[in-house]
Write a protein that binds this ligand. Structure first.
Ligand SMILES: [Zn+2]
Length: 276
């Protein structure tokens, strides 16, 4: 990918749905938004970090020529909701906890990312306007399951599955060959590793064929064990590292992973906590 305003698309054809995995470049934290194309409508999951990528996502969805039934915002991290600005005409579904997290953190997140990218970042938080909870949702004749995950990559998040197609829209439950964000603290003050690993073990049992990560290219069911091993290794690296050598130790341990900026981002949160 040469142009930082471009997104790349991986198309996966299943029997009753076509998934268009839309990936941003490094400048957009390689975040993915997923377009689930049904017979008559589109379901969009997450909305990108930067304006050019969110706009490209919307333009691509429009070009498919089907109405957008809804947008799901899987969790409250900015790389998943900043682009909601381009979906103000669409119902935006999230957990009530996610909407609260966005309300609480929007000012800080917008300031932080505008400090790096200026006008390429939204200046107005566009909040979810509908609530979603765990359970079943029927859209255009296709049955989706909404799964609630707690104390993992974020305190509260959802993943969506389409059981008939063995597809899991995992978003940030899964990272594929990209450095993980491991800076999240659970409600009880512990770090994210244990809750996240536990959630991955549970999802691994369902036998998905297609797993769509929040960062990195689409994967198959083997990605769960890979992610569990990587998080266990990161937990060990963290406990044996200082603020000075954590980034280098992580980079050395995962030479094949992309997106170094995510390690620095994790370090910022991890070591701020250690001191506090
Ligand atoms: Zn993310």
């Amino acid at each position: 990918m040469t142009d930082s305003t471009e997104i790349s698309i991986t198309k996966i054809q299943r029997e009753s749905v076509t998934v268009h995995c839309c990936s941003s470049p490094d400048s957009g934290e390689r975040v993915n938004a997923q377009i689930i194309e049904l017979q008559n409508t589109l379901v969009i999951v997450d909305a990108m970090l930067m304006r050019p990528h969110a706009k490209a996502l919307r333009d691509y969805a429009n070009a498919l020529g089907k109405p957008i039934d809804r947008l799901f915002i899987t969790h409250g991290h900015p790389d998943h909701w900043f682009g909601a600005e381009y979906f103000q005409d669409v119902d935006r579904y999230a957990l009530p906890e996610t909407t609260q997290e966005i309300q609480y953190s929007a000012q800080f997140s917008i300031g932080y990312h505008r400090g790096q990218h200026g006008e390429l970042i939204t200046d107005v938080p566009v909040l979810p306007n509908k609530e979603v909870g765990e359970g079943e949702v029927l859209i255009d004749g296709v049955r989706f399951l909404v799964h609630k995950i707690q104390s993992a990559e974020d305190l509260n998040m959802i993943a969506l599955s389409i059981p008939s197609e063995k597809v899991l829209i995992a978003q940030d439950l899964i990272y594929n060959q990209v450095h993980f964000f491991v800076g999240q603290k659970a409600a009880d003050g512990t770090l994210c590793f244990d809750g996240w690993i536990e959630a991955l073990k549970q999802f691994d049992r369902f036998g998905y064929d297609v797993v769509l990560p929040g960062h990195g290219v689409p994967a198959d069911g083997s990605v769960f064990k890979e992610n569990i091993a990587a998080l266990e290794k990161m937990r060990t690296i963290f406990s044996g590292s200082t603020a000075e050598n954590f980034v280098q130790n992580t980079l050395d341990a995962f030479p094949g992973y992309g997106l170094r900026s995510m390690v620095e981002f994790s370090a910022f949160f991890l070591f701020q906590m250690k001191q506090g």
